[in-house]
Write a protein that binds this ligand. Structure first.
Ligand SMILES: Cc1cc2nc3c(=O)[nH]c(=O)nc-3n(C[C@H](O)[C@H](O)[C@H](O)COP(=O)(O)O)c2cc1C
Length: 182
């Protein structure tokens, strides 16, 4: 059985190291998981007055997330928190409450930055927010300090211990998705 995973990445920059990490994770993950890289950069800023007639980009986004059985969220760290574009996407997905797309979704979080703590603080914020919107966030920690040669352009993790660590992290996630979908 295969499960579709919504991959949401808090940076859409051409040279984004978090997009590169996302590519690497899709390669390392067990074949029971397939990934859809869901765009968030085109979402307007949340505003309650838009709720009446939601913009097409929002309906596209929430439909894509709702169609997935799990969620992989990859965040950069901006000033020790998550980028506004990612928080905005989470806010849209949480409203209106009966249609909250995050509720009970098996979720895996990670992220990378060149800093020594590798997005640890941003991920703490992300974990808290996702808990509040009702996602089932996998325990454990995956803070990746990015080095220029850590992941090649094809998305292969070149460092052996990081390769093993991330493979195991994705295996645990596949097991969680399988269990919660049973
Ligand atoms: C506004 C801003 C704030 C940042 N704050 C942090 C930070 O708190 N911690 C950190 O490790 N890196 C920080 N950085 C550096 C980012 O980790 C780095 O730009 C990274 O490449 C962003 O991810 P991306 O390549 O996926 O876009 C910051 C960058 C920006 C633009």
């Amino acid at each position: 059985m295969t499960f579709k995973i919504a991959m949401i990445i808090g940076s859409s920059r051409n040279e984004s190291i978090n997009q590169l990490l996302g590519l690497a994770l899709t390669k390392l993950a067990p074949s029971s998981l397939t990934f859809e890289n869901i765009a968030i950069a085109d979402l307007p800023m949340y505003h309650g007055d838009l709720e009446g007639e939601r913009p097409a980009a929002i309906n596209r986004f929430t439909a894509e997330v709702a169609a997935c059985q799990g969620l992989l969220m990859i965040t950069p760290e901006y000033n020790r928190s998550i980028p506004a574009v990612l928080k905005n996407a989470i806010d849209w997905g949480s409203k209106p409450q009966p249609n909250n797309v995050w509720k009970d979704k098996p979720t895996c979080i990670t992220g990378t930055s060149p800093g020594a703590t590798g997005t640890a603080v941003a991920q703490q914020h992300l974990r808290q927010i996702l808990g509040i919107v009702g996602a089932t966030v996998m325990g454990g920690e995956s803070y990746i300090t990015f080095k220029p040669d850590l992941i090649d352009a094809q998305g292969n993790v070149t460092n052996e211990s990081t390769h093993e660590f991330l493979s195991n992290y994705m295996k645990r996630f596949a097991t969680l998705v399988e269990k919660l979908s049973a």
